[in-house]
Design a binder for this molecule. Structure first.
Ligand code: ZN
Ligand code: ZN
Length: 255
């Protein structure tokens, strides 16, 4: 199985997984780069997975369905381009002979889902849309801080080696904020240097891993004194887990 981030728009990635013959794509906001990748690889698009309703994740679904006949799966609770199979938390689907588990991860949008897949003799994959970014997380457009904290905690509990396939290349700007929160975090400093080299070469910084995110992502680290104390210097009334997380997200929004 080969995992490829197809760049789209300014900073989106449309993730493709293929076995040399059949392919799936995740969140195709645009059909053109996907059709080009299918043609280049001599691949048949079997399945389209969608994490949430934003147009930069759904805009290419209709054109791809028409061009390829691919089956579309998406969240049960959101407005979606029809027809599709709607998925709820805990559902398991079989795609390309692999099993993907659906996790409901509200926060960025109210019905956002993520797909966790086991890949034989490879590390697992997580397609997390705009919920978890490398060193960051999605903005809270529709959900509450408590919901997002619960969603991110579920993702952080996945196996350490899981390849984290985020839908945007936000890593460098997320790292600038993460270093403002934890300037003394050596893992963060090392990761920033590595990510900067990759971006200078126009390479993706993704996929990340759950193990790395637990070391560098402040939104997965709000339970640690280094993050909580930094947040409390901005918002003294942030004492419990949810208020620390909420104040961290607000700080990032204003950063
Ligand atoms: Zn979004
Ligand atoms: Zn997006």
């Amino acid at each position: 199985m080969k995992l490829i981030p197809i760049p789209a728009f300014v900073d989106n990635y449309i993730w493709m997984l293929h076995d040399g013959r059949r392919a799936l794509v995740v969140d195709p906001g645009d059909s053109e780069p996907v059709l080009a990748a299918l043609q280049d690889g001599g691949l048949t698009l079997e399945t389209i997975l969608v994490t949430h309703h934003h147009n930069d994740h759904t805009g290419g679904v209709d054109a791809l369905r028409q061009a390829t006949g691919a089956k579309v799966y998406g969240p049960a609770l959101e407005h979606m381009p029809e027809p599709l199979t709607r998925l709820n938390d805990g559902d398991v689907i079989e795609v390309l002979g692999l099993h993907f588990e659906v996790l409901l991860v509200p926060g960025h949008t109210a019905g956002h889902i993520a797909f966790f897949g086991q890949v034989p003799s490879q590390d697992p994959v997580l397609f997390c849309g705009d919920t978890l970014f490398s060193a960051g997380c999605g903005r809270l457009f529709e959900g509450s801080p408590a919901q997002m904290l619960t969603s991110l905690t579920r993702l952080a509990a996945l196996p350490d080696a899981t390849r984290v396939c985020c839908a945007h290349e936000y890593t460098l700007s997320s790292l600038r904020f993460a270093l403002a929160v934890e300037p003394d975090n050596a893992d963060l400093q090392a990761y920033q240097a590595k990510a900067q080299v990759l971006r200078n070469q126009h390479q993706p910084t993704l996929p990340s891993s759950i193990a790395l995110e637990k070391c560098v992502n402040p939104f997965l680290r709000t339970h640690l004194p280094s993050v909580a104390h930094a947040v409390q210097r901005q918002a003294a009334n942030a004492t419990d887990a949810v208020s620390v997380f909420a104040a961290l997200r607000t700080w990032k929004d204003q950063f």
